[in-house]
Design a protein around this ligand. Sequence first.
Ligand code: FEO
Length: 404
Amino acid sequence: MDTELREGIHWVGYVDWNVRDFHGYRTKSGSTYNSYIVQDEKTAIIDTVKAPYASVLLDHIRSHTPFDKVDYLVVNHAEPDHSGSISAVMAACPNATLICDAKCWKILGMHYDTTDWPHQIVKSGETLSLGKRTLQFLETPMVHWPESMFTYIPEEKLLFSMDAFGQHYASASRFDDTEPLDVVLHEAKTYFANIVMLYARPIRNTLAAASGLDIEIIAPSHGVIWRKNVGAILKAYQDWTHHKPRKKVLIVYDTMWKSTEMMANAIAEGVLESEVDLRLYNVNASHITELATEVLEASGVAVGSPTLNMTLMPQMACLLTYWKGLRPAEKVGFAFGSYGWSKNGGPTEVEAYLKEMKFDLVQPALHVQFVPTKDDLEACRGAGRLLAQKALENHTRLHQQEEI
Ligand code: FEO
């Protein structure tokens, strides 16, 4: 396996082919925990791997250098998928000094016994010479935790970007030019939607702060290393962090006796009268991971739930709770659904979620009692037409907006 990013700079991480759950995110393609070694007059390790795979990381490091030649362990992020093997590395490497920012040191102390770890706190703009190469640090708060940091090697135009630009994607090769680009970009989008959509603004600020860096390689902490398609992933992050949607309407519903499903299908018929892409999901047919990815680039969203026990259906509550945390922004939409005898149930509660997420509601919630009539279905078609029209207007507005 080719692991060389530049001469003397190698990937030494772990490919986790079989991980399928990442704190609720269904990682159907597995993942990797990327660690790197930079060998110069001094040697630095950049980040570690999940704790169970520490021995693999140590084997990889040992294949490049004796442990007593490791001078630095740079910790860009304290989350355990990257910090879990710090204890093993610090124990194995007697001359290593841990390098991190102040917040990271504090958070590491809440996870591990850091008492005996030699360490050096760095701040944005500070540098550390390894000899011919320099490590330059850039604090990137909330990308993805408060202590996150990028490490950049100007002489190699190489950015270690930690979670940013990552993908939960296990593969035989370590580089973007030896994997199918459409698959890798889709995994990067899924990763963005499910891990960092909430932090779009801090990421935007980080991209602005990093815009002066000359970058030829982006080495994230998960998935493949970007060296051929750096422009493509940077452009994708520009769009995602600025909430630039596609001309797309997403309809998600749950149903009990098919009434809300009939409404969803009629709304879809109305949407399809316009030139927009449409995605129609029964919430039970897909995992919330996929539905978070779908909402990221949707411009218009209709969400339906019948009333069950005077509230919304539980799987829809699960999805909307997940979305609420991830905060998909700049959407237009409306709620819909059927009820039996308690009108303030499913659709009303769905609408409350949409309001909380600051969706621009194109119309009040559509309620149908028991089974939709012909007139009810025509009203649903009308709502679909209106949603498509508003989604297109929203698309135009967001794509004309200045990127600030
Ligand atoms: Fe991959 Fe935020 O850790």
